[in-house]
Design a protein around this ligand. Sequence first.
Ligand code: B12
Length: 359
Amino acid sequence: MAVGRKIYAAADKYGISHDDLVIDGLCMTISSDSTGALATLETLRRVRDELHGRTILGVSNISFGLPARELVNAHFLTMAMQSGLSCAIINPGNEPMMQAYRASLALLNQDEQCMGFIDAYHDYVPLAKRSAAGSASASPDGTASAAPAASQASGHGALYQAIERGMKEKAASATHDGLKDHSGLDLINEELIPALDQVGQGFEKGTVFLPQLLMSAEAAKAAFAVIKDSMAGQPQTIKAKVILATVKGDIHDIGKNIVKVMLENYGYDVIDLGKDVPPEVIVETAIREQVTLVGLSALMTTTVVSMEETIRQLRKKKPDCRVMVGGAVMTQEYADAIGADFYGKDAMASVRYADSLFA
Ligand code: B12
């Protein structure tokens, strides 16, 4: 609201009419923030009631990452119009959107005697009366086909299934059980990582959606927290300090956190800079803390460039520092191409490389 007031004040100064301005309060997808729609609707109402202003929205953003997006978009458009939306960026070729739009105009008394609505739908055939033929592909609740295929036949255990299905508590309890006859590392390599890989493949194919990916990640984190506790070893002499970071632009940190625990267990003092870390922060820390081994993690093709930039800056400002890299997107070829000293396929590889330098 403060930004809106500022814009109107500036417009007044230049003699621009408020009617010529539209405020876009943005839609944040409800798949990553469940309060996104409520915040947008409140913004619309307040711009209308407090600023007497006009508003615009790219409506479909609200459903990013969900299946059956047009269902969510259409209902959201209705709610947004009721909350005062003046202009909508929508696809006029999308029938559910246009149905919602026309019905809302009629309901909000913006379609005199419902003439526009009648014009559009006088020959509308109700869904129930449409021929059953051709409807076989549509699942009535739209849920069954979206669930990730639980690979019962794959021989994976309860932990795998819990992560694949995004069940946090189940993942933690399955890990407790699994630790009775497996090592933590075996559970990571044989259950946790394969389950996340399976979910990732589903995401790529469009059979798993962002909220499910998030739930699986949460379940994996819960499992890893149990494994981490079980691994807490006796204090030992510190071999060296190592910096770890997931590079700028990348928020995937499950793998980096596993590498951290492994290195700590093998006697390294890990400075964990977290995720989405700019190259400058890594370089400054390496110089300040006199660290000679940095581990970088990247999970996306788009963030390998940040890794390359970090290595470039380290070479320039901290030339005695070695750099090991890893993460699902990495390969030996990529690592060579961006000038890394070492590529590690898994967390144990980071320990072996560090030991080759310091042990
Ligand atoms: C879980 C997950 C998420 C979680 C992350 C939660 C978290 N806190 O980490 C959430 C849901 C938040 C997420 C978000 C997104 N994700 Co995601 N995600 C995944 C998924 C399913 C698993 C990743 C994972 O944790 N694997 C398990 C860990 C243990 O494996 P790992 O990281 O590779 O680590 C091991 C080794 O590689 C190694 N290692 C790792 N780091 C290092 C470092 C060193 C130094 C060494 C030696 C070794 C090493 O050791 C580890 C243990 O063995 C992958 C799919 C996949 N198979 O990778 C997609 C995936 C990485 N995500 C993807 C995408 C596109 C996204 C989003 C952009 C989605 C979106 N539209 O919003 C956002 C990214 C936002 C951003 N800016 O980063 C794509 C990336 C595509 C690409 N090639 O660029 C993938 C591949 C899915 C896909 N197939 O499409 N994601």
